[in-house]
Write a protein that binds this ligand. Structure first.
Ligand code: NAD
Ligand code: TDX
Length: 339
């Protein structure tokens, strides 16, 4: 079995590659990644020498390159993680989100159509469903919830999902889609809430909380997400969407305070800043379908997962210090200074 994992130098794709390379020594795993600001070869260091792994640098939106890759490698499965993934950047400058998330997905699907594929898996997000009100804790996203996006990021992901479904219906491409809630864990890029708060706490810097910090996210430890995708590509039904999440809802303020207390810092570091435009209030997944069909359940609850994650950031300071000391500082200043 030969699997091309796109976006594997990023957070979730990198964790997925570790999972697959170690679990399936008989498979060939190829990482295709453009190494944007979010891609990091350090994330793949421990698998680079493995005989069943290969890294190839390239852009999923580059048609000629992608067709050449399919011709050379003749993959059995594509798992598409490659994306621009940060909501705040999509508000600042949407264009690259359309190019990578929508056009890039279209190019991959065209390559599957031209060269054939056993399975195309699209890694999507719960953000395609929009948000839920804070006062309706009885409501959850199911696979039947209508798409109703809020940000240029989520709109580009929803557009890609629709394209994947269209290529299944029109051209018979064997596709699956997964829509996961917020991930956290090792190798999470420091622009996102949890690693940003850990890094700022350790550096005794202000902890920026958007609005009142009452927005709710349904946090999933990244390894649980990787296991779910592994199950879907092997046993999921073609043409289906699977929601992935595990009833680990927390307000942003709860998350921030948990990290502060775990690191023995002061809540005085919390700084309320101007809210994100169009900020989604609550995400919450109903994972009944994947549980019933594939037997998947999350194994790491938030209280345990956040401890493991904090420990990882303490043990791997050079990984994130290298990131925040470079180009990232300009982004940080633009996004947060005087906000
Ligand atoms: P990330 O930003 O950490 O990594 C994205 C990776 O894609 C990087 O390695 C980057 O170099 C690569 N990439 C970007 N543009 C590319 C292109 N044109 N061609 C090839 N590679 C390119 O993202 P992440 O948080 O790991 O998210 C991975 C996927 O999972 C995304 O599709 C995202 O929408 C989805 N998702 C993320 C979360 C989350 O909580 N992070 C939750 C649900 C779904
Ligand atoms: O500095 C911050 N302060 C803050 O209050 C940052 C970076 C975020 N927030 C808030 C905004 C959100 O309510 O924290 C929450 C989480 O924010 P992000 O980490 O940016 O994640 P989110 O916008 O929820 O999107 C994530 O989950 C779904 C991923 O980045 C997406 O790629 C995924 O699809």
């Amino acid at each position: 079995m030969k699997i091309i994992v796109t976006g594997g130098a990023g957070f979730i794709g990198g964790n997925f590659i570790h999972h697959m390379v170690n679990k399936y020594p008989q498979y060939q795993i190829i990482c295709l990644d453009a190494l944007t600001y979010a891609g990091n070869m350090e994330t793949l260091k421990s698998v680079m020498e493995k005989p069943n792994f290969k890294f190839i640098k390239g852009d999923i939106a580059d048609r000629e390159f992608v067709y050449g890759l399919f011709e050379d490698e003749k993959p059995d499965i594509i798992v598409n993680f490659a994306a621009e993934s940060h909501v705040d950047r999509s508000i600042d400058d949407p264009e690259v989100f359309l190019k990578t998330n929508y056009i890039g997905t279209g190019v991959l699907l065209d390559a599957c159509r031209k060269y054939g594929i056993k399975r195309y898996h699209q890694v999507s997000t719960d953000e395609v469903y929009g948000d839920l009100p804070l006062d309706r804790t009885d409501l959850f996203f199911t696979e039947e919830t209508p798409l109703h996006t809020s940000s240029p990021y989520s709109a580009s992901k929803a557009a890609a999902d629709l394209l994947v479904q269209a290529y299944h219906r029109t051209f018979g491409i064997p596709v699956t889609i997964s829509r996961c809630s917020n991930n956290y864990g090792p190798y999470h890029f420091p622009e996102k809430l949890i690693p940003l708060i850990i890094a700022n706490c350790l550096n005794e810097k202000p902890l920026p909380v958007y609005g009142k910090g009452e927005n709710v996210r349904d946090w999933l430890y990244v390894e649980d997400h990787c296991r779910a995708i592994d199950l879907i590509i092997h046993d999921g039904r073609v043409g289906e969407v699977y929601n992935i999440g595990g009833h680990n809802e927390r307000t942003n303020l709860q998350v921030v305070k948990t990290i502060i207390h775990a690191l023995g810092k002061s809540e005085d570091l919390i700084t309320y800043v101007t809210d994100r435009l169009g900020h989604d209030m609550r995400y919450a997944i109903d994972p009944t379908k994947i549980k019933n069909e594939l037997g998947w359940e999350p194994t790491t609850l938030f209280d345990e997962g956040i401890k493991k994650t904090i420990q990882w950031y303490l043990d791997n300071k050079s990984w994130w210090e290298n990131i925040i000391s470079g180009e990232y500082q300009k982004y940080y200043d633009k996004m947060y200074v005087g906000r």
